[in-house]
Design a binder for this molecule. Structure first.
Ligand code: ADP
Length: 403
């Protein structure tokens, strides 16, 4: 199952997008619907709310009187905390039930208005944010929902900023245009990304294999890394000692293949086996054939260079996840080279020349493996310089002494 989070500011068109995804075959769990369901007449939730706040929160039909409840908790943080203490566990439990009931071989979309404001983003393999210009959203809320302009602006102002939403978005779906344009975009997203992503996860297939092509550095790489790191950290739990952005996309200003490299440091590599189902849940699949790094001259024992390797199954966002054990030379090496290349401009330029040459030579390959191999000798040659730099700077391996 591929679990997708869907959100967007009020009036942006989130519900419209959710409906189209359902028409295409997704299963929808709507957080607003669940939140209403857990306090519907006759529910355990409603009984608990009445027990806490009194029967004045009921209307004449015995249903929850939301404005009455709102006036009690508005401006009274302690009351709001008590209300949330009742509702959140019920909403969580009901959501889990619906998620577990969704088809194993399908795309599950969770429509969550406050996804960006809350803490749920790391649960999803992908977050889609629907957006439209603020004036357009106000026009829609006034025209279709009968809000006043000031109410619409106040509601928009109380939600997450566009910047926060952008940072959370794997997919930024612009719905400023016509409904037909948005629908076409959703259809394309479904066909080109969501369906193949789901299938790749289910079949244990990597998302993409591309020839090595260097692109200009992308300022959003670190932001993308943060999103992925949060997912990985959440999936692996306490066994994740550290998650680090490594490789060329972690070095500002360096052209690179558009592939994010992430290092997960664990105490023992076997921790990965326990975490595999959760990692699949956020889109990562195991690549058992790749089980170590090439030993380096300073430590030629291949056993020391064991790792686990996973890749993202997302066809549109290649990610390599290198899992290495605390104290292993591979974990140290990845961070040493990253930090040295971040700090030393000449080293960076030299490395870029090597990359360019290798990328040119292997531009016609179907994947990047020979490109990677061809760059290896440069690392061996450069290692003494990196070590010298580490000594001069009193560089400390961040993966040492984690426990
Ligand atoms: P949200 O769920 O994000 O609050 P909705 O999907 O309910 O937003 O959309 C808000 C309103 O705008 C609805 O009345 C919807 O029909 C309308 N709407 C959605 N997309 C468009 C669009 N591209 N152009 C014009 N109106 C739209």
């Amino acid at each position: 199952m591929l679990r997708i989070g869907l959100t967007g500011g009020i009036g942006a068109g989130k519900s419209t997008v959710a409906r189209r995804l359902v028409e295409l075959g997704a299963t929808l769990v709507d957080a607003d619907v669940v939140a209403r369901e857990v306090v519907e007449p006759g529910s355990e939730g409603l009984a608990q709310v009445v027990a806490e706040f009194g029967s004045e929160v009921l209307d004449a039909d015995g249903a929850l009187d939301r404005p009455a409840l709102g006036s009690i908790v508005f401006g009274d943080p302690a009351a709001l905390t008590r209300l949330n203490g009742i509702l959140h566990p019920l909403i969580g439990r009901r959501t889990m039930e619906l998620v577990e009931r969704a088809p194993e071989d399908g795309v599950l979309v969770q429509d969550i208005p406050l996804l960006v404001e809350g803490t749920m983003a790391p649960l999803f393999a992908l977050v889609i944010v629907v957006n439209a210009a603020e004036d357009e959203r106000v026009r829609r809320l006034v025209g279709d929902r009968g809000m006043s302009e000031s109410e619409a602006r106040a509601r928009i102002g109380a939600q997450a900023t566009d910047d926060a939403r952008r940072a959370a978005a794997d997919v930024w779906l612009d719905n400023s245009g016509s409904p037909d344009q948005a629908r076409d975009e959703v259809d394309r997203l479904w066909r080109d990304r969501l369906l193949p992503f789901e299938e790749n996860v289910r079949l244990g297939r990597p998302g993409s294999s591309r020839p090595p092509r260097l692109v200009e550095p992308d300022a959003s790489w670190p932001v993308q890394y943060e999103r992925l790191a949060a997912r990985i950290g959440h999936a692996v739990g306490d066994a994740a000692l550290r998650v680090d952005h490594i490789g060329s996309t972690a070095i500002p200003g360096l052209p690179a293949k558009d592939v994010l490299d992430i290092q997960l440091t664990v105490k023992e590599l076997s921790a990965v086996d326990v975490a595999l189902p959760a990692l699949r849940g956020v889109g990562f699949i195991d690549r058992p054939g790749v089980d170590r790094d090439n030993p380096k001259p300073a430590d030629p024992d291949p056993e020391h260079w064991r790792k686990r390797f996973l890749t993202s199954a997302d066809p549109a966002r290649p990610v390599n996840l290198h899992v290495r054990a605390e104290g292993s030379p591979g974990a140290r090496y990845a961070l040493l080279f990253r930090d040295w290349l971040r700090a030393d401009r000449r080293a960076r330029d030299e490395y870029l020349t090597v990359k360019r040459r290798a990328a040119e030579r292997h531009a016609g390959d179907s994947d990047a493996s020979r490109y990677v191999e061809e760059k290896e000798p440069w690392f061996d040659e450069a290692l003494p310089k990196a070590e010298q730099w580490a000594q001069n700077e009193a560089w400390r391996n961040p993966t040492d002494g984690l426990l």
